[in-house]
Design a protein around this ligand. Structure first.
Ligand code: PHE
Length: 336
């Protein structure tokens, strides 16, 4: 091998090594990597001279360059490690710090009680052939009110109750607009069997029983010949499963613009003569709403309901103040 190239390689290796040893910061080492040891650096540049060597010398020279590169890279890595170690030592030289002490484990989180109950209810409805669907939290006035047969002068549209956004949009005040979305999604076909859990928003000053943001589960079952008996049967079954054991339900007439007839549903444990608890609003989907959803009310009928998920969760766990639900307070959350 021509000694001049070998000599250049040795000299260069020694120079770079000296620079590595003289480096005072990790950044300086990185600079060496990016220049001296880079593909375009002088060291690897020597490779380009290989073609001028006699063929029998080429392999050996290539190997020498590679060895030099590997050993210099190792030197950089070692020097870097020394800086890291020095930094750790500096940071931990505090006499109270014992690096051999076993680490603590992070406390594991769990699902919010509302999520737990929501998932349970979803499972119950899925076992009955319902699917779980979703709708936007920011709705149009049309979907939140008009298509649900809520007239323009209805108090529900009041500024007092509704958080209005720009451009005729609202934060949905209930999950009922998903009824329309589901009907249209089904393209005029039945059966439709869906539930739509989600957040809803009202312009309320929070107190123990009111929040500006809470959760509902909307339900919709449409087919030919669905009756109030189906409504009562399905909801009784579902509530029995939610509360464990058998419950009885009763319907009280109530006005909701998008159902006819409309009811409030109360429940209590079968056989108890205790108080009836008001659980949800429901009714037979109004013909106007069916039409808005692209269905013929002379052929198709069905029921809809909307239950307050926070309220159910509170009953289930004996929680007294709805404001806890949105608080994110670990003193509350860790109890469930
Ligand atoms: N959307 C009604 C509410 O928020 C509840 C409801 C849903 C009533 C479906 C009847 C049918 O109060």
């Amino acid at each position: 091998m021509p000694s001049s190239m070998k000599a250049r390689l040795d000299a260069l290796t020694a120079e770079v090594l000296a620079r590595i040893q003289a480096a005072e910061t990790a950044a300086a080492l990185e600079l060496i990597e990016q220049t001296d040891l880079a593909r375009k650096g002088e060291l690897l540049g020597l490779m380009r001279g290989i073609k001028d060597l006699p063929p029998e010398d080429r392999a050996a020279f290539g190997q020498s360059v590679n060895q030099a590169k590997t050993s210099l890279e190792a030197a950089v890595a070692e020097a870097k490690q020394a800086f890291t170690t020095a930094a750790v030592v500096a940071a931990t030289s505090d006499a109270c710090f014992d690096p051999t002490e076993p680490g603590g484990s992070l406390p594991g989180g769990h699902l919010h009680p509302v999520t737990q109950v929501r998932r349970e209810i979803e499972q119950i409805f899925m076992s009955l052939g319902f699917s779980v669907v979703d709708g936007p939290e920011m709705e149009t006035e049309e979907f939140n009110f008009d298509l649900l047969n809520i007239p323009a002068h209805h108090p529900a549209r009041d500024l007092q109750d509704t958080m209005w956004l720009e451009g005729g949009r609202v934060m949905r005040t209930h999950t009922s607009p998903v009824q329309l979305r589901a009907m249209r999604e089904a393209g005029g076909k039945v059966p439709v069997r869906v539930i739509a859990p989600g957040r809803v928003f009202r312009n309320e000053q929070p107190d123990a029983t009111h929040e500006h943001t809470f959760h509902q589960i909307e339900g919709l079952m449409l087919d030919e010949g669905v009756s109030v008996a189906d409504l009562k049967g399905v909801l009784r079954l579902v509530l029995s499963r939610i509360f464990g054991g058998s419950v009885e339900v009763r319907l009280r007439p109530h006005y909701f613009p998008f159902v006819e007839p409309g009811f409030e549903l109360d429940m209590r444990r079968t056989g108890s003569d205790g108080e009836w608890l008001e659980i949800l609003g429901c009714g037979m989907v109004h013909p106007e709403v069916l039409r808005a959803g692209g269905l013929d009310p002379d052929v198709v009928s069905g029921f809809a309901f909307g239950m307050g998920l926070d309220r159910l969760t509170m009953m289930r766990f004996g929680i007294e103040d709805v404001r806890w639900m949105m608080s994110g307070d670990p003193r509350f959350l860790t109890q469930f």
